[in-house]
Design a protein around this ligand. Structure first.
Ligand code: NCD
Length: 310
């Protein structure tokens, strides 16, 4: 593999050019090839220390960073706020300086506060990867989504992608909008007004977005339908009339699954509220790529770890 130019942080996709995204996706292909071998490990990052710093719950993202680091032969340490000095009031900056002194080369951070990874990057001399911060960004999710779409449909350019659900609270949506629009897709945001926020806000940054409040309209002619989890933990009361009504209007129900057609990809970043934003039938349909998204997450994270520290 060729050595790419060094980048020290991936906090969102807003500062990644189309070319750099293409390169990351190409590196991901190589990593996927490594993961298909009988011995799923290469020595690329032997002797490097990766710290997974998760201040918010996670299953797939944390584990896939861990598997990615191991597949590259790096040392990986999992740090959780519980049981650490953070509980004694140590600030994020002190924690990061401590990790620096302990020899960390890469910090992977998930935090409930939007912007926390920027703070880390200012005080850490190694590489920083954002694994999700508040409602701001989740770049590795967006990259694995781009990779999965391209793997299944051959391209991203000119595709019609509908992102439906709790968009206002979604870092997955924000990073995906950067990635998808930069790669030439047409993106429709579909949500009830309370879960979208002001349309002007979105259109000011991305004037080519389509905004819709009707999923039945939005799915007509869509190549990809990406459902988002209702983020109850980030929601104040009163944003939804009832879950049943939400599902009827915005869920990928069996009826909508039939309308969507077999050539259209169904995606969800997980964890799913099955029966709310997506029905079990839709989640397991032949055109659902939800499991592929999880699988591809490991290769994408390998690609980033490699490009940042290789
Ligand atoms: C997402 C997250 O944590 O932002 N999950 C994930 O990383 N796969 C989406 C979510 O929590 O709904």
């Amino acid at each position: 593999m060729e050595h790419p130019p060094r980048r020290h942080q991936v906090i969102d996709l807003d500062d990644l050019s189309t070319e750099e995204i293409e390169e990351i996706l190409a590196t991901t292909e190589s990593m996927k090839e490594v993961l298909s071998r009988e011995i799923k490990q290469v020595p690329a990052l032997r002797g490097r220390n990766v710290v997974n710093m998760f201040f918010e719950d996670s299953t797939r993202t944390r584990i896939s960073f861990e598997l990615a680091a191991r597949a590259l032969s790096a040392n990986i340490v999992n740090f959780t706020a519980r049981g650490s000095s953070v509980e004694k009031g140590e600030s994020l900056i002190d924690t990061v300086r401590t990790l620096q002194s302990l020899g960390a080369d890469i910090v992977v951070i998930r935090h409930s506060q939007s912007g926390a990874p920027y703070l880390v990057a200012r005080h850490f001399q190694g590489a920083v990867i954002n694994a999700g911060d508040g409602r701001h960004a989740h770049p590795t999710q967006a990259l694995l989504d781009l990779f999965t779409i391209r793997e299944r449909l051959g391209q991203v350019r000119d595709l019609r992608v509908v992102i439906v659900g709790d968009i206002v609270h979604s870092r997955v949506a924000r990073s995906n909008i950067w990635g998808l629009t930069r790669m030439g897709a047409h993106v429709t945001l579909c949500a009830p007004p309370t879960l979208l926020g002001p349309s002007q806000h979105w259109l000011a940054t991305w004037p080519n977005l389509t905004i819709s409040h009707s999923l039945d309209e939005a799915i007509k002619g869509a190549d990809v339908v990406m459902a988002l989890r209702l983020q109850k933990e980030r929601m104040q009361a009163g944003l939804l009339p009832s879950l049943r009504e939400y599902t009827r209007a915005y869920g990928i129900t069996p009826e909508r699954l039939a309308q969507i057609g077999e050539g259209t990809l169904i995606m969800h970043p997980g964890p799913m509220n099955e029966g709310v934003e997506i029905s079990p039938e839709a989640a397991t349909a032949p055109n659902s790529v939800i499991e592929a998204q999880v699988t591809n997450g490991v290769a994408v994270r390998m690609a980033l770890l490699y490009r940042l520290a290789g």
